[in-house]
Design a protein around this ligand. Structure first.
Ligand SMILES: *Cc1c(COP(=O)(O)O)cnc(C)c1O
Length: 380
């Protein structure tokens, strides 16, 4: 099989493209003439996710993770909520990792009961504590959990799901298909905020569902009813971003590793959370599962929250902003941005204290980033 750099450029491409085009065009038509006998969900209509630009993007997404099928959605949250609605009915039980993306956490704590879903939070590091009940239908974890960059026992999640007949879902936004391809390990569905690394340029909102054809098809019919179909213009930008995914994430892996090592050695820094550091609690199994450790890291300073804010204010290259996965470096305090929706008690139970700083490493020159951090730390 071709390697990820080649798949990012050529995977899922139509060759030759329409009229011989090297770049797949934007098909703006909302509707197409219908071949006789077409099934409702295959009618070529834009909300039904069945038009040429959408089909092209779906094949490209599938190719990236070596999976059977792909589907684009209007956002990462649309991918997550639609996938959950496709596997859960009233009275069903869901197991979820206890350190989730803030939006997913809030969706489950604020809405799951309305749908009659029972939700149990589990520790993804401790397979011995997981239990399935007769009504348990699915398990959802994240490949690298924000913001302490914890990596669960993912192989054991797949085995547990198989043993108990559950659908296994993973939010693979942080690892990206460059570092981890869930289908290869046996996950049924991989979910992405394509707003982040997949698009990579902080200029669209989109999501992706990738995995076994039978499961992706069920998500597609649910999405067709809910209406969260991606517009072809955004889909075009996403496909363009995907072509440089391997180059971008390769650079971000390398730069984050160097920056993490540099920061861990500084006296002003008391803790660096990056799975590529041997001192990280999940380093060993992360190294077995992943081909790279990603571009996200977090840290604490010996000077606490005031020093954390001073560092953020003094840096010149990273923007003081949440979100992640773009070409520009971003730095933020999750307690006041991405996890501000959680109660203080819930946050602190997960280690998301006011002094925690999270960095999304961009593709700037690593030495320039290190020089910026050196200057800002010296000024503290
Ligand atoms: C951003 C993000 C989401 C939500 O994606 P949107 O595109 O903002 O809807 C879900 N999971 C993770 C891990 C994210 O970082």
């Amino acid at each position: 099989m071709a390697r990820i750099e080649t798949v990012a450029v050529h995977g899922g491409e139509r060759r030759p493209g329409p009229e011989g085009a090297v770049v797949f065009p934007i098909y703006q038509s909302t509707v197409y003439s219908v071949p006789p006998g077409t099934d409702y969900h295959d009618l070529p209509y834009i909300r039904l996710n069945s038009t040429p630009s959408q089909a092209y993007l779906h094949d490209k997404l599938a190719a990236l993770e070596g999976a059977e099928a792909g589907l684009a959605t209007t956002s990462g949250m649309a991918a997550i909520t639609t996938a959950l609605h496709s596997v859960l009915r009233t009275g069903d039980h869901l197991l979820v990792g206890n350190c989730l993306y803030g939006g997913t956490h809030d969706f489950l704590t604020e809405h799951a009961a309305d749908f009659g879903w029972e939700v149990t939070f589990i520790d993804p590091q401790r397979p011995d504590t997981w239990e399935a009940a007769p009504n348990t239908k699915a398990i959802l974890v994240e490949s690298i959990a924000n913001p302490l960059m914890r990596v669960g026992k993912l192989r054991e999640v797949v085995e547990f799901a198989r043993r108990n007949g559950l659908v296994s879902l993973i939010d693979n936004t942080f690892a990206t298909p460059v570092n981890f391809r869930p289908a290869e390990l046996g996950f049924d569905l991989s979910l992405h905020s394509a707003t982040k690394y997949l698009n990579g340029h902080s200029d669209i909102v989109a999501g992706a569902v990738i995995g076994r054809a039978e499961h992706v098809e069920r998500v597609r019919t649910t999405l067709n009813h809910f209406g969260g179909s991606l517009d072809p213009h955004a889909g075009f930008l996403l496909a363009r971003g995907l072509k440089t995914l391997a180059l971008r994430v390769g650079a971000q892996n390398a730069s984050a590793q160097r920056l993490a090592e540099f920061l861990a050695a500084r006296p002003e820094i008391s803790e660096v959370n990056y799975p590529g550091l041997p001192a990280h609690p999940d380093h060993e199994h992360a190294a077995e599962l992943f081909t790279g450790f990603g571009g996200m890291l977090s840290l604490r300073l010996t000077g606490g929250a005031p020093a954390a804010q001073s560092l953020i204010d003094a840096l010149e290259i990273p923007y003081d902003a949440p979100s992640l996965g773009g070409v520009e470096s971003l730095i933020t305090r999750p307690a006041v941005t991405s996890h501000a929706g959680m109660s203080r008690a819930d946050r602190e139970a997960l280690g998301i204290t006011d002094d925690l700083v999270r960095i999304s490493v961009g593709i700037e020159n690593t030495e320039d980033l290190i020089a910026d951090f050196t200057r800002a730390l010296t000024e503290l």
